[in-house]
Ligand binder design. Sequence first.
Ligand code: ACM
Ligand code: ZN
Length: 473
Amino acid sequence: MSAHTALILLPVPAEIKLTDEKFPVKNLTGYSIAEEFHAVIPELERVFRTLRMEVAAESSGGAFSLSKSDLPAGAWQMDITADGITAAAGDITGAFYAVGALTQMLFAATISGLPGDALDGAEIFDKPRFAVRSFHLDCARHFQEKEFIKRFLHLLSACRINTFHWHLTDGQGWRYQSKAADRMNGKGELTDGQYTQEDIRQINALAKTLGITIIPEVDVPGHSRRLLANYPELACDPDDPGNEICLGKPESMQFLQAVFGELMELFPDSPVIHIGGDEAATAHWEKCPHCRKAMEEKKCANMRELENLFMVELSRFITAGGRTPIIWGTCSGQTYPDDTMIQVWLDIREPLKIAPNGNKMIYSVHSSLYFDYPANLSEPWETWMFELSEKGVYMTDPYIIWQDKVKDHIIGTEACLWTETIPQHRVFAKLFPRILAYSECAWSLPEKKSFQNFSARRELLEAAGFTDYLKQN
Ligand code: ACM
Ligand code: ZN
């Protein structure tokens, strides 16, 4: 490899100083990792195994050392000299990212497969642009098995994505075993499958190890056809249950509080709980005597206002449980208490309307962050989709509206993979290579970004076998 090995790094780091020292890869025979970061050891050993390197753990010292410092969340630093590689991080995510960076440089250094390969000298300091770097996966339409979710979490960590938004229910499926909704145990429509509570515990444990926060979602009051097929008494018309939970029957909120109470117990490490709020139609509510009565009693001008009150009540339940509620944004003028987060997905101008209310936002506007959309038109697509190329993802900036009062409310970004058309075996094909472009968008400063430079790094990492290594997790 002719380029400096530190110039391969993807996402591009905040600060790099290159030197002309060289550290021969064959000298990497021992490593030591700070006690609090021992969770990275299996990942490190996997790298060494893959590259056929014989490297032994040492109690201290070693040519690669990773220590604990007071760096902020996710940040890491690394000095590569002729004598060795010294890295530091402030938390476990930063520790994984340092190991990830070393991995990329080792793959790059050994691309020719010749003895004598070396890492080039550098002083690197890196920190994330956004606190929340999230990826969403819809397991409701097509189900993904527990072991697949684990692979997915490893991939997220390798791409410096620190949040997993797990879309657990939708009109086509209810994908976790619930005591509060025990009639939902069974099959989904497009594929079978449901996570047991033990599966969820295992996935929570892995996420915690990797420093990934899970945002679990139960999407209500719309997108609930399968729920209502099993709980018709919660629909406006039990003979024609439809897709929307009745807003007027007191049983609806009682049921949902039991469901979300259980969800908070199932995800004890999740500070943010997604309550859905996506795309509910008002037709059933308009015809329903319970909904009409509630609308009058609550002095709502229309069903959208009643829906807003219903979701505010649910959001208060989440807050009372000590968590932060998040809801899909709509363009219908609904407002929420300022401690409810809004996920912006429909319109790039939505943040302009939301920011004055004080809500924090996660930016996931579909036209640049929905990974179910085709990367090029050789892939199948549906009428609601746009073409979303790797370049299109790369150009995304959550600060598309660069007004300070708006920017200050956008705490991060999320890419979404909806799975109406994506069975499990196609998920990785939809992710690659665009997830690498997303990784750089969520992590790196815009002034460090260049698509041409990114493409060269991405292609080299692919040629070096790193991309296949990521997929094999
Ligand atoms: C959405 O894509 N309907 C949130
Ligand atoms: Zn109703």
